[in-house]
Design a protein around this ligand. Sequence first.
Ligand SMILES: [Mg+2]
Length: 182
Amino acid sequence: MEKPKRLILFTDIGDTIIDEGTEVRDAGGTVIHADCIPGARETMRTIYEKGYPIVMVADGTVQSFHNTMKENGLDGIFAARIISEAVGAEKPDARMFSAAMEEMGLTDGDRSRIVMVGNNVKRDILGANRFGIRSILLTWSKRRPFDEDGPEEHPDHTIAKPEELLPLLDKLEADLEQSEEC
Ligand SMILES: [Mg+2]
């Protein structure tokens, strides 16, 4: 592993890493099987290996994410897992993002180091923008519309597929290191 990065990645799971179209649920609604979006597993593993802290910020149940991350070999990549069932709130609620910062021992001064990636403008992008962290919209899944109701739902960056995430993070990391040298 390379030296730890300054930039911290908060990530959604459904239709950001996992293809929701492949989900199989048990009678209680827990997801017991799901596949990754093509390229997502390799991308997330590489981001992890390059030293970027990755924090899950996802709406759903703890058991569902346990199952799908384990099945797809992504169990070990998360520095923290913030899941709505455990928090008692869903994105865009600030409690999800506060919980992530608290779990990581981050303070308000660290917000410029955080970037949130997700597929949902009403949850991931709005939540991140309101919380004062940067936002990346992944448009791979067409399951939800990307219509924006106002500037708060406008992402700072947009990518079409998971593979585009790593070069973007590398660029943001370089910008961050440069700005902190000044
Ligand atoms: Mg999602």
